[in-house]
Design a protein around this ligand. Structure first.
Ligand code: BDR
Ligand code: CA
Length: 308
């Protein structure tokens, strides 16, 4: 039976790839897509999520959520994702957003999932998830697990200390990390191993046809290579969270204690990950350490083959 999941996202070039990977694999039953402002403002991320789901042909409701973090002000990452969030790749207008607001829709989806449980995949700022979980903690029993693309244990990508999603809403991340359900972390160190190089984009593009494959390859080609990673390609952060659900055997992992810095100094948003049990604290997350990039890109290729 397919695993029921919800994707909370901010598309975003790499979110787009994650959505395609998930929507194209029958082992995942995507019940809901919720959207926050993040890589670009909510007007764009919502439009992009609707367009991507529309292109996939799947009838998945897309619901708008937080425009800004719980505390502090909103800042985008348009310098990476382009002003429109998809690197200038134009997609047909998708179906209208479903009525309501993300936090309510997440709680509703959890209620509907019942004890069988819903897996929450968070690949944007954690605001929507935090609002949902904090306002009705009774529903935590229906959370099967939580997979987050967030944080870094060595170095950030928005400040020297912090990764973008964690830095965008550290207070929300603290709520999700502290909710008591199993959390798995995709950090920058892991996503650096899923590097979309020109050769891999070329291979994906040769792998078949279809509107989704064309859009995915266009988006990958439009994403600037990471300076942090020597310019070899663009790290596919968000789809690592989907790949983990599909092929856990392609990853290594360890149990860790992790805490997010919610202070206002230069460490704001840093995820302090105790990889060597130095603090003697009970582990509160599974940290994904390594992934097999060949398996990762094969999963993406297969999902694109199944989509229109
Ligand atoms: C994360 O931040 C966003 O820019 C990406 O979509 C990804 O979710 C990487 O730091
Ligand atoms: Ca994202």
């Amino acid at each position: 039976m397919a695993r029921q999941i919800l994707i909370d996202c901010d598309p975003g070039t790499d979110d787009a790839i994650a959505l395609f990977m998930a929507l194209g694999d029958p082992r995942l039953d995507v019940r809901l897509v919720t959207v926050a402002g993040g890589n670009v403002g909510l007007a764009h991320t919502l439009r992009n999520a609707r367009a991507l789901v529309g292109l996939s042909g799947k009838a998945v409701p897309v619901v708008a959520g937080a425009e800004r973090p719980l505390m502090g002000s909103f800042q985008d990452a348009a310098h990476v994702h382009g002003e429109d969030g998809l690197g200038g790749v134009r997609l047909p207008e998708g179906p209208a957003a479903a009525a309501g607001i993300a936090a309510d829709a997440i709680r509703e989806a959890l209620r509907a999932a019942g004890p069988a449980g819903l897996t929450l995949v968070g690949i944007g700022p954690a605001t929507n998830l935090a609002l949902a979980l904090a306002t009705e903690p009774g529903l935590l029993a229906n959370v099967a697990e939580i997979v987050l693309m967030t944080g870094a244990w060595a170095e950030g990508n928005v400040t020297p200390a912090a990764e973008f999603n964690a830095w965008s809403d550290p207070e929300a991340l603290a709520v999700v990390l502290g909710c008591g359900r199993p959390v798995t972390l995709v950090t920058l160190e892991l996503s650096a191993q899923a590097l979309a190089t020109p050769a891999r984009i070329e291979a994906l593009s040769r792998g078949g046809s279809g509107a989704c494959r064309e859009a995915a390859c266009g988006i990958l080609a439009a994403t600037p290579p990471s300076r942090r990673l020597g310019g070899a390609g663009s790290p596919q952060h968000d789809s690592c969270a989907i790949a983990w659900l599909l092929a856990p055997e392609a990853f290594t992992r360890r149990e860790v204690f992790v805490e997010v810095d919610c202070g206002t100094g230069p460490g704001r948003g840093q995820t302090v990950v105790d990889r060597w049990e130095r603090l003697g604290r009970k582990a509160n997350a599974t940290l994904l350490d390594t992934l097999d990039a060949e398996v990762f890109f094969a999963l993406l290729d297969r999902s694109l083959s199944r989509l229109p």
